[in-house]
Design a protein around this ligand. Structure first.
Ligand code: GAL
Length: 415
């Protein structure tokens, strides 16, 4: 008897849960909790509030989103997903395939947005023939950031080649600064690896390896060279950064403790929040050897299906209108460090680094970032990251062994 009651309740509760009215808060799962991210999220919160949408923060601390995605899986398994979640790249397709997401075709496909959103973004948010997510921004990942004061003081020229990079790194180290700021979560190791891979392999082979998983490239001598060069960077990271996230590493640049940092431009969001300015306090150059490449990371939100809830549709429309508006795209992205997801923006108010990214986007080879789960799903990426990170942190694995393990892991997951 008791069992029947529970079952009845379980059958009924999705309807109860989904009886959401327009004024109900929209529960949004995300991981924008760090400096820069937090302020950007507050701009979103404020913009939605003006449209009578209350954003209920379901923020999971943990940069890069690993923890947030685990929590989301638990919530989804217990049939209690949030209304909206920060999901990006191929993960969108994984969730869509399970039938859990609402499509947003009527918003992206059938309105004017269609012509303002770049093809690469549309491809990223599309699953089969439908758009399944709303894009917010485009982050460039292949940046090398430099502390301007250190470069001025030591009379250094921003490096554009690896040879130049190592030369500059030695000089910074000799002067008593840390040459390379580097936090040590596994995705940060992956980002460092990706920077070297992109540069040494070039855009085509990078995609063959990490998007198409071509074993001829994955297990090649060139990939061994990538691992070796990646390891050469370790001695420049100097300090013990165990367990430290990207904010700690970025802060070492703004505090003039370190000379250089490989990181996506969300670091710039943090420096903006600190009141630091591009070209005055820090400089941006592409990762050496990637002048013609733009590795991208696109933040997006998905909407979970909530049964029979017409009100959620209203919210979705308004939500989209808000985040895709020019004003929001300007205010949010200036704070987030990223560039707008629209091609028709006036970029005057943006800093020089974002203005450059916006121009480069149109003339570069666009490649999806591996470390940011855009090249592949977060699951496969985390398997890849474990190997990359282990190799970087420990000295008992050769580059050849790392390459073999990488190829095997990818084959096993893709089976
Ligand atoms: C990425 C996200 C960015 C950024 C970064 C650090 O995954 O796409 O927006 O905030 O994590 O948390």
């Amino acid at each position: 008897m008791k069992m029947i009651k529970i079952k009845k309740f379980l059958l009924l509760w999705p309807f109860l849960y989904s009886a959401q009215s327009y004024a109900d808060p929209l529960e949004v799962l995300h991981w924008w909790t760090e400096s820069g991210e937090f302020e950007a999220q507050a701009i979103l919160d404020e913009a939605l509030k003006k449209q009578d949408i209350t954003w209920e923060n379901f923020a999971i601390v943990g940069s890069g989103g690993g923890s947030a995605l685990r929590v989301l899986q638990m919530r989804a398994l217990s049939a209690n997903p949030p209304d909206v979640a920060q999901i990006k790249g191929p993960d969108i397709g994984e969730w869509a395939q399970m039938g859990m997401l609402k499509e947003v075709d009527s918003i992206i496909g059938e309105t004017a947005w269609h012509q303002y959103i770049p093809e690469i973004v549309k491809n990223t948010i599309r699953y089969e023939d439908s758009y399944m997510a709303l894009p917010l921004n485009i982050h460039r990942v292949n940046w090398l950031w430099l502390n301007k004061a250190i470069f001025d003081e030591l009379n250094l020229v921003p490096p554009t080649t690896w040879e130049g990079f190592f030369e500059v790194a030695d000089k910074i180290q000799q002067a008593g600064y840390i040459a390379l700021a580097h936090g040590s979560t596994s995705w940060q190791d992956s980002l460092l690896f990706e920077s070297v891979a992109l540069s040494l392999l070039g855009a085509e082979k990078y995609k063959q390896a990490f998007v198409q998983f071509d074993e001829n490239v994955l297990a090649s001598q060139q990939m061994i060279d990538v691992f070796e060069q990646f390891k050469r960077l370790k001695k420049y990271t100097g300090n013990d950064m165990r367990g430290k996230n990207w904010v700690v590493a970025s802060k070492m640049i703004s505090d003039k403790k370190a000379g250089m940092l490989f990181m996506g431009d969300w670091s710039k969001g943090m420096w903006h929040a600190e009141g630091k300015a591009a070209m005055k306090d820090y400089l941006c150059v592409e990762v050496p050897g990637t002048h013609d490449v733009f590795s991208y990371n696109i933040d997006s939100f998905v909407f979970f299906k909530k049964l029979n809830s017409a009100s959620v549709n209203v919210n979705t429309q308004t939500f989209a209108k808000t985040i895709l508006s020019k004003d929001f795209q300007r205010d949010f992205n200036i704070q987030k460090g990223s560039m707008p997801v629209r091609t028709d923006m006036d970029m005057t108010d943006f800093d020089a680094c974002t203005q450059k990214a916006y121009q480069d986007f149109n003339r570069s080879d666009l490649v999806p970032s591996l470390s940011q789960n855009i090249a592949t799903t977060s699951y496969l990426q985390s398997e890849i990251s474990k190997i990359i990170s282990y190799y970087f942190k420990n000295d008992d694995m050769t580059a050849k062994q790392a390459v073999r393990q990488l190829a095997l892991a990818i084959r096993a997951v893709n089976k």
